[in-house]
Each structure stands twice: as structure tokens, then as C-alpha cells.
Design a protein around this ligand. Structure first.
Ligand SMILES: Nc1ncnc2c1ncn2[C@@H]1O[C@H](COP(=O)(O)OP(=O)(O)OP(=O)(O)O)[C@@H](O)[C@H]1O
Ligand SMILES: [Mg+2]
Length: 379
């Protein structure tokens, strides 16, 4: 297994190099910063292990740049734990809280090795559309409002921590709305470069600007008749916010470079895990747009407030994963169950799903044990 370790602290880097040289099965290359690593990484690497807090490009930016090309383990100090949670969003499955001893790291690497092997062994199956799971009291309350709101055209603002299921809710609302047979168009403000958001939303005519060799239909037009999901709305550039508000109020859009107004009929759902009140106070988010988007706010509670559904979701996902990997059905030991219930799930359902999938792959027997959840290295 070929491993890249990215760590700016020279002492830590050298001691990792020395410690890892005892393991002949691992070929380790260290990098002192993310930029060097990006230059040095090629297809021969199987795993990237990175620090978060580094000068220049930090670990999270680095993981974003890698864009899922490698499996990643994050090494994090307590101060950057919240950023480690962010990394779960980017697909990171494992993180180690500093200080840790080398055995802990080696164990994590070996786990990763097994997981990679098993994953490679199954033919690439299409990701099964995740059914909506959950029956907690907290979620039921939200679902009751959701069901009512779905039937209307009211704008819905989905609020909640990363990984609670805002996107899942958005699509649930669409599917249960009168617009279900019309398009559901999702656009993520955080994923599009700032200067392209406007043309992405509204489209442009041929010749509208130098690079506009061909006309492009905007997402507003594509969603016509259906639902437009504006994800990570808090990241929308201030300048575009006014244009969005105008389009929503006048129910029409103009492509860039065109004077022709196009009528649009859409339902808007937006989502954010940012604190919009704060952004409004700081002059980063328009209050008038906030009220326009927020006809019905839906607060999706974090998983730690939905304890009564943790086991249900875990067991359903275990069954699904066992099928995916061709294992006999596995169960959770009583201790594993209490571990799942007592962990506080900062990465919410996304984190639960990844913990469960790994435990299915890594467990020795058909009963998954507490220590096969590998939650203790995160606490
Ligand atoms: N109730 C649920 N049942 C089953 N799977 C769920 C449920 N809620 C969320 N998930 C799964 O959890 C993961 C995270 O959900 P989702 O992407 O909707 O979260 P999010 O709130 O949009 O997070 P972020 O703020 O980080 O974008 C997804 O893989 C999703 O399929
Ligand atoms: Mg989301």
C-alpha cells in the first residue's frame, strides 16, 4: 500500500516517517504541505493521510482539491475537530484525534486497506436511491409540517447541521408535491465558482460575453414547472442575491445578454447550515431575500436529538450493506448498540452511514462488536 502523509510540523513528519519505516508493507512518502502533495500525487497512491491545520492550503481545502480521487484519513487536534466534521461532508471516512500513537494510525491504515479491498471486490453497483428512513419523535414533528408544506407552492428554507438530510428532505418535498412529475433541479452555491453562479442560474445568449460561443439555458428555465433547490444558499454572492430576489418576485428571468423576459413558474426550496441571521447582521445576506425564501422554515434536528431512530437507521443500512457486499446479514452486539446511542454524531446521518458501512466490512463475525465501530478514536 502506497501512502502519502501531509504534515507541516517537521517533528511530527519525521517521527511518522521513522515509525512507519518499521512497516515494510507500507510505502510512505511525506509532504510538508498540500501544494507539494498535489504536485507529487499520482495514480500509484492508495491513501492520503493529512493534517488539517497547515499554513497555505489547509487540510480541508486540500481534500476538496483531491475531489474524491483518494481515500483520506484526517489527523486533527481538538481545536480543529469541527473542521474534521466538515471533512466527512467531503467523503472522508476516518479521522484521528491528536495526539495518537503510531499503532492507532497503523490500525486505521490497515482498516482502510481492508475496506478498499472489499469495496473493489464488488462490481460497481449503482448507488441505490436511499430511501427516507427515520421515525424519531423529533423528525415526526418536522415531517408533519413538511407534508403540509409539500402540497403548497410556499418557499421552504431547510435549516440544520451538515449531514442531517437537508438534500434528502428537499427531494422528499418535491416528490410529494403537485410538481412531482416536473423537473427537480438542484444547484449548490458552494460548488460553483462565484463568477459563474449568475450565468448558471439565468443562462446566457450567444455572444453575451467573450466566452459565450453558444447560448446556455439557466437552471431557472430548466426547472420551469417544477422545483428549484438552492443548496448552501448562504454562499450565494451578495450581488447575485438581488437578482435572485427580483426573479422570484417578478416570476421571470432574463438570460445574460438578452432583453427578453422569460416567464417562469417554479417552487423554491433552499438549504443552509450557515447562520443566516449572523450573515444578515454582517451584511453578507440580504434580509429581503431571506424573508422571500423563508416562508416556511424547516429545522431538521441533529441526529443526537433523534436518538430513537439511530438503531433503526443503522440496522437498515447494515442490511443494505450486507447485501451490497454479499455478506450474511449482520447484527449489532448490545455494547455496539449502546455505543451508537451514546456517541454524539457531529457529522449526523452522513457520519452514521459511513461508520456503519465500515463496520459491516471490518467486523470479524456476524455480530458487530463495539470496538468494530471504531468510534473511540473520534472522541
Ligand atoms: N432520513 C434519512 N434516511 C436515510 N438516509 C438519510 C436520511 N437523511 C440523510 N440521509 C443520508 O445522509 C447523507 C447526508 O444527507 P444530506 O446530503 O441530505 O445532508 P445535508 O443536510 O444536505 O448535509 P450538508 O449540509 O452537509 O450538505 C446522505 O447520504 C443521505 O442519503
Ligand atoms: Mg446538502
Amino acid at each position: 500500500m502506497k501512502i502519502a502523509i501531509v504534515e507541516d510540523d517537521i517533528n511530527m513528519r519525521k517521527s511518522l516517517e521513522i515509525a512507519m519505516s518499521d512497516y515494510k508493507e507500507f510505502e510512505v512518502k511525506t509532504f510538508k504541505n498540500a501544494k507539494d502533495a498535489l504536485k507529487g500525487l499520482d495514480d500509484s497512491f492508495d491513501l492520503v493521510i493529512t493534517d488539517i491545520n497547515m499554513p497555505g492550503m489547509d487540510g480541508i481545502e486540500f481534500v476538496k482539491e483531491l475531489n474524491g480521487r483518494y481515500e483520506v484519513i484526517i489527523m486533527t487536534g481538538n481545536a480543529t475537530l469541527s473542521r474534521a466534521i466538515e471533512s466527512i461532508h467531503l467523503g472522508v471516512k476516518d479521522f484521528l484525534l491528536k495526539p495518537f500513537d503510531v499503532d492507532t494510525l497503523v490500525d486505521a491504515i490497515k482498516r482502510e486497506e481492508v475496506v478498499q479491498k472489499v469495496k473493489k471486490s464488488v462490481a460497481k453497483t449503482k448507488k441505490t436511491a436511499n430511501d427516507f428512513l427515520g421515525s424519531s419523535q423529533a423528525l415526526k414533528k418536522v415531517l408533519a409540517i413538511t407534508d403540509k408544506a409539500s402540497k403548497t407552492d410556499a418557499s421552504i428554507l431547510l435549516l440544520g447541521e451538515s449531514g442531517v438530510g437537508k438534500e434528502v428532505f428537499a427531494s422528499y418535498i418535491h416528490k410529494n408535491s403537485p410538481r412531482a412529475k416536473k423537473p427537480f433541479v438542484a444547484i449548490n452555491m458552494a460548488a460553483i465558482p462565484e463568477n459563474l453562479i449568475e450565468s448558471e442560474l439565468f443562462g446566457f445568449e450567444k455572444g453575451a460575453f467573450t466566452d459565450a460561443i453558444e447560448a446556455k439555458t439557466g437552471q431557472f428555465e430548466l426547472a420551469n414547472g417544477g422545483t428549484l433547490f438552492l443548496d448552501e444558499i448562504g454562499e450565494m454572492p451578495y450581488g447575485v442575491q438581488a437578482k435572485l430576489l427580483r426573479a422570484l418576485q417578478e416570476k421571470e428571468v432574463r438570460r445574460l445578454g438578452s432583453s427578453k423576459a422569460i416567464k417562469i413558474d417554479i417552487r423554491v426550496i433552499s438549504a443552509t447550515n450557515a447562520n443566516l441571521d449572523e450573515k444578515i447582521k454582517n451584511g453578507e445576506f440580504r434580509e429581503d431575500l431571506y424573508y422571500r425564501l423563508n416562508t416556511i422554515p424547516l429545522n431538521i434536528p441533529p441526529l443526537r436529538e433523534r436518538k430513537d431512530e439511530i438503531l433503526e437507521i443503522a440496522e437498515a443500512m447494515i442490511a443494505q450493506n450486507c447485501q451490497k457486499y454479499g455478506f450474511d446479514v449482520k447484527t449489532l452486539s448490545p455494547e455496539a448498540k449502546s455505543e451508537l446511542l451514546s456517541y454524539n454524531w457531529p457529522g449526523n446521518i452522513r457520519e452514521l452511514l459511513s461508520v456503519v458501512e465500515r463496520s459491516v466490512i471490518l467486523s470479524e463475525n456476524n455480530e458487530i462488536q463495539k470496538d468494530e465501530l471504531f468510534l473511540d478514536v473520534r472522541k
